[in-house]
Structures are given as C-alpha cells and as structure tokens.
Write a protein that binds this ligand. Structure first.
Ligand code: NAI
Ligand code: MG
Length: 361
C-alpha cells in the first residue's frame, strides 16, 4: 500500500445530480460524475502490453466504485517519431493538456538509440514533463509484505520509502507535506561538501524546515545515502533529492521493493494534470514476449486515481489486487525464484487475468 496516499493534491470534482431509470422503470435521482479524461500514452517496448492491463483494470475497478474513465490514446517516444517525426507531436501535447491526468507507460528502444539528440524518444518525455510543469517526481519504494524476488533484502521487515526529486523549494514543500502524512521524518540528500549547487539546495531545505517544526529534518551526502539505503533502509521515511541523485537512488531502492517492475511514480504539477508512469523503462529486451510485469503500471494508475482524480476507492482496489496476486503466489519472471514454495511463474497475460478477476470481485 502506498503510505503516501494522503498527499492533498487531488482537486475536488463536483458531482451533479441526474435522473436515471432503475430496472423497475421508476425514475430516481442519482449522483452522476463526469468521466475522468485520461490521456493514455503507451509508448514503446513493453509499454503497450502493460498499458492494456492497467486500463482494463482501471475500467473494471471504476465500474465497481461508480467512476468512469475516458481514454484518449496518443503517441509518444519512438512510436511517435516513426509516425510523425517528432517524439512529442503537438496533438499529443494538446490532448495531455486537456486531460485530467496523463498515464504513460515508457519510451525508448534500440531502434532509436542512434538518432540525433533532438529526435530521440527521451526528448518527448522531458518535453511533456516540462510543458505540463511537472516539477516534483514522487517515487514510493513500496516494500511488499510478500516474499518477492529479486529483492536484495533478506529481512523483509523494511518499511517503504518515498523519493521526491526536482526543483528545490517547491519540491521541498511537497516533501515536508509528504513526511507530515507519514512518519514525520525527512532526509535531504545532496553532496554539499563538493557541489556548490548542493550547498544552495541544503540552505533552501533547511530554511523551509522552519515552517515544519513537527518534521524531523536530516541531511545526508548522496554517497552515504546510497550505502545506508542497503544497510538500513528503515532509517528512511521520505527522501528529498535532486533529479540525478533521485534517479539513481530510486533505482537502487527498487531492489528493496523486489523489482523495477513493481515501482510506480508520479510527476505532479500542483495545478494541471500530473503524469503517472512506472519507474522502469520500455524494457526492449523483453518486449513482445508476454513476460513483462504489469504491476508498476497498475500501481501508477492507482497513484493517478489518488492524487489527481480524487477516486481513492479505485486506487485501493487496484493496490489490493496487486497485493492479492502476490499472496496467491503468482509471479512474473522478474520477481520469481525457482524452488521457492507456493509461488508460480506466470506470463503477463495470465497475471493480468488474475488481476482483473480480483479487481472485478
Ligand atoms: P529498463 O527499465 O527498460 O530495463 C531495465 C531492466 O529491467 C531490463 O532487464 C528489463 O527487462 C527489466 N524490466 C524493466 N521493466 C520491467 C517490467 N515491467 N517487467 C519485467 N522486467 C522489467 O531500463 P533500460 O534497459 O536502462 O532502458 C531501456 C529503454 O528504456 C531505453 O531506451 C531507455 O532510454 C528507456 N527508459 C525509459 C524510461 C521512461 O520511459 N521513463 C525510464 C528508463 C529508461
Ligand atoms: Mg531510472
């Protein structure tokens, strides 16, 4: 479960009262909410495979919880380059801006690695983040209670950690707020003994800390943080750091969670639509083989429902389904270990069927 669930980011949707005929023919008043408009960007590699699982699960969970989702599919990354010559076509950007939230799988692949810098898939990703003013990136490193390989943690009693990256003051505020909703501990990670930019970072975070006397603020150099994360992950509650350090540390933290295939993320802007995407990339090495783990994608959809769409019950349902398939012993290859009792290796499609069964129950 995402312990970060209570960040106060979702705008309230205003439901309207409508009239609907019941099966008996009697007309009665019901609360009708407009469909949530989701800009869906499957992208490249395993993207389309895992996105299809997430949207099906979202629709099914919405049906159970009285929420409706409208999907607007657009191109991004390599797929967009192939079709239009641009990694982020204008149409994609316009749809994203007009949406309530953006659900993105992943971009990139061998095919485009040799392309010139300005038309590489990654450009599309960077551009959509900046165009949507997505200044903070939240990466909960969720440690599942179930034994999940290839986690490097033999002792499963580690707690989850949430990473927040990007733009100092605004993100520091998001981080303090996140810590407030969790165990009230915030660790600011930098390299101020060497980097001037880190000294500024530390100054800003320290100053802002005065507004949050209830949050215990600590500072750590990034090299030490990399070590402590393996040695004693329980030390951390919320970690706030810059983009580069956050990228590296959150990949490291993925090994606490079991696999990159389990980690969702959110890039939030505070006003416009946020971008919700798994931490992992497009995994071109396993694309099209029906072996990708769709759970990070599903958990990203759950974050979207919680933070941008104000439908926490849908979110709960998606997260509970992930937890239950793990309880049932189902594992995709990335989190499976031969000979481990009561677990079974399954394809992406089989796992998806089970996820859908549980979400719809
Ligand atoms: P990657 O995250 O795609 O893959 C790293 C390893 O993890 C691979 O062995 C892959 O098979 C495995 N993996 C990743 N997601 C998985 C899943 N859901 N289920 C099972 N196994 C999974 O990172 P890599 O290999 O460094 O990059 C591949 C491509 O993805 C590159 O073109 C890169 O630029 C792009 N990329 C895109 C990102 C994004 O769209 N946000 C983020 C990181 C990389
Ligand atoms: Mg990364």
């Amino acid at each position: 479960m995402l312990a970060s669930k209570s960040l106060p980011l979702a705008p309230q949707r205003r439901p309207s009262v409508g009239r609907r005929a019941s099966p008996s023919g009697r007309v009665h008043h019901v609360i009708v909410c407009k469909a949530h408009k989701i800009c869906v960007l499957p992208g490249d590699g395993i993207g389309p495979e895992i996105m299809s699982v997430a949207t099906k699960a979202l629709t099914a969970a919405g049906q159970k919880e009285g929420e409706e989702f409208e999907y607007m599919y657009e191109l991004i990354g390599g797929a967009a380059i192939d079709a239009t010559g641009s990694p982020l076509p204008d149409k994609t950007l316009a749809t994203a801006k007009a949406s309530d939230a953006v659900l993105l799988a992943a971009i990139g692949g061998y095919k485009w690695d040799s392309y010139p810098n300005e038309i590489r898939p990654e450009k599309g990703l960077l551009k959509i983040r900046s165009e949507l003013n997505a200044f903070a990136n939240l990466r909960p490193a969720i440690v599942p209670k179930q034994e999940v390989f290839s986690s490097c943690q033999k002792n499963r009693r580690t707690s989850d950690v949430i990473f927040i990256e990007w733009l100092v003051e605004r993100i520091a505020r998001v981080a303090f707020e996140a810590a407030r909703k969790r165990n009230k501990r915030l660790c600011s990670v930098e390299k101020s003994n060497v980097l001037e930019v880190s000294q500024l970072w530390k100054e800003v975070v320290t100053k802002l800390g005065k507004d949050y006397p209830d949050v215990e603020l600590t500072h750590m150099y990034v090299d030490n943080a990399a070590m402590q994360l393996v040695r004693n992950p329980k030390y951390f509650d919320v970690v706030v750091t810059s983009n580069l350090f956050g990228d590296i540390l959150s990949d490291e933290a993925s090994m606490l969670a079991g696999s990159l295939g389990m980690l969702p993320s959110a890039s939030i802007s505070g006003d416009g639509p946020g971008i919700y995407e798994p931490v992992h990339g497009s995994a071109p090495d396993i694309a099209g083989q029906d072996i990708a783990n769709p759970m990070a994608m599903m958990l990203s959809a759950a974050m979207m429902c919680r933070y941008d769409l104000d439908c926490p019950k849908v979110s709960d349902r998606l997260e509970a389904a992930v937890s239950q398939v793990l309880d049932e012993g189902l594992r995709t290859g990335d989190i499976f270990k031969e000979g481990y009792p009561n677990t079974r290796k399954v394809k992406c499609s089989e796992l998806s069927e089970h996820l859908l069964r549980i979400v719809s129950a």
